[in-house]
Write a protein that binds this ligand. Structure first.
Ligand SMILES: *Cc1c(COP(=O)(O)O)cnc(C)c1O
Length: 381
């Protein structure tokens, strides 16, 4: 089955009791048993819920994986993955990553004796120098947030396989429409479903997709034992959102390309970060592992003045100033003071996350209106 068909049909079947074509919202905490243990696969909704099961199967199909697991947030999903590890284990993570991921790694799991190395993943060969007998997991995000670096998934997958280390990819920015890490050697795909998968800025949710049966079983154990599961209403909303994922992504990519080109030619803009540019340092890898380049763009201003960046953000009307991304409506953000404020300034600046950096999540509005909005706001500085 092709992607657009899977988005609409995978995991979803008419409800056997009524014929309802849409998956019902099974708003129930528990299920009646005929006699102890005699049930239809559902005992308690933390463990299983039919609305969640439909979504989990749908997500697994979109990522070409066997097993999907949903969590009450993207961070809930990351929490479950790190709980596969033991004190003393080591993780190699990209140094250019979502601020909340950095926070849970350093502020929560380092306290439990797990060691994290934050490294540049531009070249898979350099990762090998950090691998030792305690390394259990490689953590990558691509495109990275907010610098839009591209990490070679197949290259890192090969290193991980050689050293028998698990390899997890946070695929939130690309979505399964643009890239499928499991096909390129990743063992675990993680999503903040909150973003493009939900797509309408009305749900917070996370997901994990894997192929390995044993790994799926361990994660399902953690999902149930630790309890960060989403409710059925949220699962329904995401199932509904995913039905248009392929259409939305096409427009996000088209608008992304238009806005990236507009910014690149603007006299007040210093640098534009978008993997679709031929002079992007890893453009060739982006071209080989992604189907298109997405709608996430970051840019800096000439003079690198934080005050100018804030003025632009205050004057944007369509690009609402808000955390998050991936919804149908365009959003703007100031990573240094918002999403990435928990990363120390020296760490931030090492990867180019300077004070004037503005991040855009280009929505699916008319591109002419989005350009006009940016033109007006940039004129104010
Ligand atoms: C938002 C985000 C997360 C965290 O997900 P939540 O749903 O907010 O908990 C993780 N990784 C990336 C890349 C994100 O953008």
């Amino acid at each position: 089955m092709k992607f657009g068909t899977k988005a609409i049909h995978a995991g979803v079947a008419p409800d056997p009791s009524t014929g309802a074509i849409m998956t019902p919202i099974f708003q129930t905490s528990t299920y009646v048993q005929k006699s102890p243990g005699d049930h239809q696969g559902f005992e308690y909704s933390r463990t299983h819920n039919p609305t969640r099961t439909a979504l989990q199967q749908n997500l697994a199909a979109l990522e070409n994986g066997k097993h999907g697991l949903c969590f009450s947030s993207g961070l809930g999903a990351i929490d479950a993955i790190i709980k596969l590890l033991q004190p003393g284990d080591e993780v190699i993570s990209t140094n250019d990553l979502y601020g909340g991921s950095y926070r849970i790694f350093t502020k929560v799991f380092e306290r439990y004796g797990i060691k994290f190395h934050f490294v540049s993943m531009d070249d898979p060969a350099t990762i090998e120098t950090y691998i030792n007998e305690r390394t259990r997991l490689i953590w990558a995000e691509t495109p990275t947030n907010p610098m839009m670096n591209i990490i070679d998934i197949a290259g890192i997958g090969a290193v991980a396989k050689k050293h028998k280390v698990m390899f997890a990819v946070d695929n939130t920015f690309a979505t399964p429409f643009l890239q499928n890490p499991l096909d390129m050697g990743a063992d675990i795909v993680m999503h903040s479903v909150t973003k493009y998968l939900g797509g309408h800025s009305d749900v917070v949710m996370g997901a994990i997709i894997v192929n390995d049966d044993q790994l799926a079983e361990q994660l399902a154990f953690i999902q149930n034992a630790c309890g960060a599961t989403p409710g059925p209403q949220d699962c329904f909303l995401v199932l509904r959102g995913i039905k248009t994922l392929h259409i939305r992504m096409e427009r996000h990519c088209q608008n992304g390309k238009t806005i990236a080109a507009f910014l690149k030619n603007h006299p007040k803009v210093e640098k534009v970060y978008w993997p679709g540019f031929e002079d992007h340092p890893n453009h060739e890898i982006a071209k080989s592992q992604m189907r298109d380049f997405g709608g996430m763009i970051s840019f800096t201003l000439k003079g690198n003045d934080m005050k100018d960046a804030i003025k632009v953000l205050e004057n944007l009307k369509l690009f609402a100033l808000a955390e998050s991304l991936g919804g149908v409506e365009s959003l703007s953000g100031h990573p240094a003071s918002m999403t990435h404020a928990s990363i120390p300034k020296e760490e931030r600046e090492k990867v180019g996350l300077v004070d004037s950096l503005i991040r855009l999540s280009v929505g699916i509005e008319d591109a002419d209106d989005l350009k006009e909005d940016l033109r007006n706001a940039l004129n104010m500085i």
